[in-house]
Design a binder for this molecule. Structure first.
Ligand code: AMP
Ligand code: MG
Length: 402
């Protein structure tokens, strides 16, 4: 049986990036750049003022102070978007706004707070150094310089930066397409009247939100009963349309757990079972060039395995480099006891106090207890050889939920 780290490595080794697509900037939000981007423009595009004030010649202000002001003649007003018409000569000034084009002849901006206007004249009460309060053309980014590297995630600053250089369309890795299939003859769609022995397909809703949070496009293939041929037919539908097929349930050792067989009949199981709890029966395989994940059906297992195994795979597929969640140490707030033998991912509540994270394990009733997961904001990773931990000990933890 594989360890959790080995299993994740095997999965990640099988992941390839999706093809690049060219989309408009808004659709690129949350995707990763497929290519390096070089700036077609310099930033700033032109010399402009960083402040509201007066564009002047620094030499004209020599000796100006609160007590002894210097008087300059206002020859022009330059609002943002306006092209200055005149050259600033000795003894002259132009009123200028932030972002407005800087006029020729001047070499500094004196801020409006250090001046007093009197009609066509302005009194200046301080000196200002040459070049101050001017944003020079190309000082932030030169034309042709690399703006962003391939695989950069497009977050709000990246979107704004790309728009700054007038990039309307960008090449990004396409969102992974994921087909989702729930299995189980006892499972029925949400909102139906439940017959005896039936339960709602609740895991699907957790997984659909997890897929959304990973930026995947979900292809909802609904439910399938525990029937070998019916499962095969659904899987075939899935691989036709998606990059990844996920099934929920039917991968344990039960007599009606046919999913593994169906996958093996169409492709190849790469591993079944991982030394982790919850989520031991995770199944991973390939059908043609498509990835297959069989998530165990127990509700907490389904979501925890997704978080641990499917999420990193989908992020890597989308071009992300930071596909693993950071792990950090936290101080245990309560004694812990569990069964050694497998790595355990225990539901915890994390809080930060006086420079440290503290982890409080949830009291839970096993892998059917979804409410305990709603109360948790993290997982504690307990090594396989450990059964007891004492309050105050340091543990490995990570945040969950996006
Ligand atoms: P299985 O992995 O199919 O053996 O299922 C394990 C447990 O999870 C059983 O109690 C199932 O009824 C339950 N289960 C399976 N699939 C789902 C689902 N989609 N939603 C909620 N519970 C499920
Ligand atoms: Mg089942």
């Amino acid at each position: 049986m594989l360890s959790i780290d080995k299993a994740r490595q095997v999965i990640l080794n099988n992941v390839k990036e999706t093809p690049a697509v060219t989309v408009d900037l808004m659709s690129a939000a949350g995707a990763c750049l497929a290519k390096d981007i070089y700036s077609p423009l310099p930033i700033p595009l032109f010399d402009n003022s960083a402040m509201d004030g007066y564009a002047v010649r620094a030499a004209d202000l020599r000796g100006a102070s609160q007590k002894k002001s210097i008087r300059l003649k206002i020859i022009e007003e330059i609002p943002a978007g306006h092209i200055p018409r005149q050259r600033i000569k000795r003894g002259e000034a132009a009123l200028i706004m932030t972002g407005a084009m800087f006029p020729a002849g001047a070499d500094t901006v004196v801020v409006v707070e250090a001046t007093k206007r009197e009609g066509k004249w302005v009194q200046v009460f301080c000196e200002t150094g040459k070049g101050e309060n001017i944003r020079k053309k190309g000082e932030v980014i030169r034309r042709g310089e690399r703006l962003l590297k391939a695989c950069t995630l497009i977050r709000p600053p990246e979107a704004a930066l790309l728009a700054t250089v007038n990039k309307k369309m960008v090449s990004v890795y396409r969102r992974p397409r994921v087909a989702l299939i729930s299995t189980g003859s006892e499972v029925v769609p949400l909102g139906r009247r439940l017959g005896p022995g039936q339960i709602v397909d609740s895991n699907r809703y957790g997984v659909m939100l997890q897929l959304k949070a990973c930026g995947a496009d979900v292809i909802d293939l609904g439910l399938v009963r525990d029937d070998r041929e019916a499962i095969k037919r659904k899987l075939i539908k899935g691989i036709r349309r998606a990059d990844v097929v996920i099934t929920i349930g039917g991968v344990s050792v039960g007599q009606w757990d046919f999913v593994k067989e169906a996958v093996a009949g169409l492709g190849r199981i790469i591993f079944w079972k991982v030394k982790m709890k919850p989520g031991g029966p995770l199944t991973f395989g390939k059908i043609r060039d498509k990835l297959y994940f069989g998530l165990p059906g127990n509700p907490v297992s389904t979501l925890v395995v997704f978080e641990q195994m499917v999420r990193p795979a989908l992020l890597k597929m989308s071009g992300r480099r930071d596909y693993l969640k950071p792990v950090f140490t936290a101080v245990l707030e309560r004694d812990y006891h569990g069964q050694a033998g497998k790595v355990r991912l225990e539901r915890i509540f994390l809080r930060y106090k006086n420079g440290k994270y503290f982890a409080r394990p949830m009291r839970s009733l096993g892998s059917g207890d979804m409410r305990s997961l709603t109360a948790a904001n993290g997982l504690m990773i307990v090594p396989a050889n450990i059964s007891r931990l004492r309050k105050g000990q340091l543990v490995s933890a990570q945040f969950i939920g996006i």
